[in-house]
Design a protein around this ligand. Sequence first.
Ligand SMILES: *Cc1c(COP(=O)(O)O)cnc(C)c1O
Length: 821
Amino acid sequence: MLFTELQSILQSPIWQTAPLLPIEHIAVDSRKLFVPENTLFVAIKGKNHDGHHFLAEAYEKGVRNFVIENEKVALPFRERGINYVVVKNSIRAFQKIVAWHRSKFTYPVMAITGSNGKTIVKEWLTQLLAEEFNIVRSPKSFNSQIGVPLSVWQMRAEHTLGIFEAGISQVGEMEYLQRVIQPTIGVMTNLGSAHDEGFKNREEKLEEKLKLFENCSVVFLPANLVENYPKVVEKFPKKNPQAQVFFWNYELSVSKNAVSFVKKGFQLTCKLNSTLLPFQDEAYLQNMALCAILMHFQFKIPTQEINKRLALLKPVSMRLELKQGIQQTYLIDDSYNNDLAGLQIALDFLANQDQKPAKVVILSDILESDLSGKKLYQQVARLISAKKIGFFIGIGEKIFEHQEAFRDIPLTAFYKDTEDFLSKGFFQQLRNCVILIKGARKYAFEKIVQKLEYKAHRTVLEINLDALVNNLNFYRSRLKPETKIMVMVKAFAYGNGSVEIANLLQFHRVNYLAVAYADEGVELRKNGIHLPIMVMNPSEESFSLLAEYHLEPAVYSFEILQKLADFCESEHLSLKIHLEFDTGMRRLGFEPQDVGVLLGILQKVPFLKVASLMSHLAAADEEQHDDFSLKQIQTFQKITQNLEKKLPYKFLKHILNSPGIVRFPEYQMDMVRLGIGLYGVEAGGKFQGNLQPISRLKTVISQIKTISKNDTVGYGRKGKVNQKSRIGIIAIGYADGLSRAFSNGVGKVRVRGKLVPILGNVCMDMAMIDLSQVPDAQVGDEVIIFDETHTIQDLAKAIRTIPYEILTSVSERVKRVFYSE
Ligand SMILES: *Cc1c(COP(=O)(O)O)cnc(C)c1O
């Protein structure tokens, strides 16, 4: 596409002073660009972000083509050359552009909607139909107003089938997705409770969803809709007389084949013998049945063949995991599939990791593409170069054959297969870098992951980076756009992992970070964090570190101020400092009456520059203390006004912590200090529903034994049972963060969906649990200490502490795995 074509597609006037290079990519995020010269940047105004603010950044990176709502941002670039089109609504314009692109292709396009299972059905169909079709599909679960056009934009002439997901959260959205996808085959997985809040009732939601299928020639709906929503279902064929509407269903059977089919009029039933299928969970059976029905009735695959392929189905993992590797590496484990769209997403994720100086990609042959080998690997090489990857390792016959395509990458190595790579022992040289490991399943890259993975014991804290971003955005949405955010990453980012979390926060453009001690700040600096960092407890011994690593101390007493001034004077340095006032917490801080003396000193030491003034609320989360909080705020305001009058320069003012942000938004001043809320706990309680729990602590059962009524369990013989019982020994103890206060039934953990009590005293590295309620538990089973349903709030309540303590107690020896869905 050429930029000038937008004039007729969008019916809007264009400005064109930059050369016309073909548009191959469309981007909505200036941080996620591939080949900027060939990119169209769409500036979208969202709830928390406005793409227009990043136009300049995209321009500097080389983008010249823009869709914008506000012409002002483009004016400064007119002389230097820019192409832009001004529209009323960028999202709608984006959708129109992609709808135009979509209409160029005549191969079948399937749209999948429904409350659950869209992604898995799409991914499985892609596995199951790989022999017949070259499929273009939504990456991950891209199914929103922006995700859908990003997906459909990937359609190319060489594909032979499109499979796209569509998801909505309120009335009026589906027609836009329909126009982008223009599906010919419609599929609904089910209708459940997801997004009910956006609709009057389920009928309305169903009607909205069905709009996706207008103009489809064939539609597959779940059979239970007929009973549950007869009126809506009756209307559908009348509105869409050209469509053949089928109702799909499944039932369990004991026949000798995994699946067989029955057709009665428009009722299609798949009979499943679950014992012959790779997954037995109810939800999986439903998804497999739907895939089988589509293969049989739509794609006419022989039943025998369907049986064969279903047996080989592989689990679907959409997760990108960031783990600690050996030799100071991080691994991004994406060893499940490999296609071009997935590669772009994984490369973006890699490019965002600035913790290490070097980035490495280990990539297998790409199987799910029909581009000719040479063209395909040239395209891959361009993506790799675009992300400035210094070292590329290709594994597989095809990539080996086409290694010429990668000649522009500084360092490369190629191997014919995974065994060859592993046997050369070369990976031992990978040090101090972030490594993306991405391979199609048959290359068994999990073997590479196993070799490189850092093996701590089997207790793991999993951290959901998407949930963190959700929580950050919730607090952002409560702030004025100009209010800055300082995020507290003290205490290992509340126990989660400071380097990784700081890196994510840097990517998401928070303004400041804060740590308790200088060492924590140094650790961040050594791992690629360049945001300003405040240190709350600077000690005299740490002054030279502060200076060397550009850390900004909070100064809370005359003593420390004087020592800092002496240090700067003798070293001929200047430092930014933050003045902390005690307005009622009775913790660190100057007293309000210190202001006069303080001013006198500050005027004599101009090399100490006040970057901000701060105070801390003692009870921001509790309504009963609101008068006290307001008094603290007033006291602080008096102090700031006084200093503002007398200091010759500007500084920031801040007093709100997480509960303060939601409870006293009118006092957000220049900056807020976000802590616990980012980590998923709304201390005030009222907005807990807006936050997502970010972590899950889990371990495994190491051993199971049966004990008799007379036995006792553990130290001090505290654990007792009143009948012959099965007990499990689990691999987590108080040294890992499972407080000893959970001993003797005070704490519970979850095994196979059931909460079971801790038996006896928690030991240092392990604990015992009562498995009488879970007779099918086995050694190796996962044991959940806390997660989104058995929450840290529940744990805190059980031992009468606060969630902060549960979070920060998870010891550093517990392995952290960070993931993004
Ligand atoms: C820890 C801390 C915060 C953050 O508090 P939350 O309740 O976790 O939001 C803010 N300010 C100071 C000075 C802190 O020590």
